[in-house]
Design a protein around this ligand. Structure first.
Ligand SMILES: [Zn+2]
Length: 125
């Protein structure tokens, strides 16, 4: 389970207004709050052991965005000499590519084939 929800993520989520810094997903509702994660912007290496846990090097990410580009640290040379905003921008590129791929799949395989068969959901109250 994500322990970030029960403790160490709170200050990160507060700073980012409970929104994914990558896709902007608003996770203030309980249903979506459960999918919040803390994205560490520095690689998990002994050299950055303490730095990567400080607030400035963490960002709020939804589960999808946090895992969308899991080869990010293998593909890029990330150091603490960079700015966190710079790293977020770099991460965004890979996340956007993955999102586009999944969106294409969702349109073709989910929305057209599956969701059309379902009863429309009425959300007005
Ligand atoms: Zn996201």
């Amino acid at each position: 389970m994500a322990t970030s929800l029960l403790g160490y993520g709170v200050e990160v989520f507060e700073r980012d207004d409970y929104r994914c810094v990558y896709c902007g997903l608003d996770c203030r509702s309980f249903e979506l709050w459960r999918f919040l994660t803390v994205d560490h912007l520095l690689p998990n290496i002994p050299e950055y052991k303490d730095t990567r846990e400080s607030l400035g090097w963490k960002a709020t990410a939804c589960q999808f965005c946090n895992s969308a580009d899991n080869k990010f640290f293998k593909k890029n040379e990330i150091t603490d000499k960079m700015k966190p905003e710079e790293i977020i921008k770099m991460r965004l590129e890979g996340i956007r590519k993955t999102t586009a791929k999944y969106y294409k799949h969702w349109l073709k395989e989910v929305a057209e084939k599956r969701l059309k068969k379902l009863e429309p959901v009425c959300r007005s109250q």
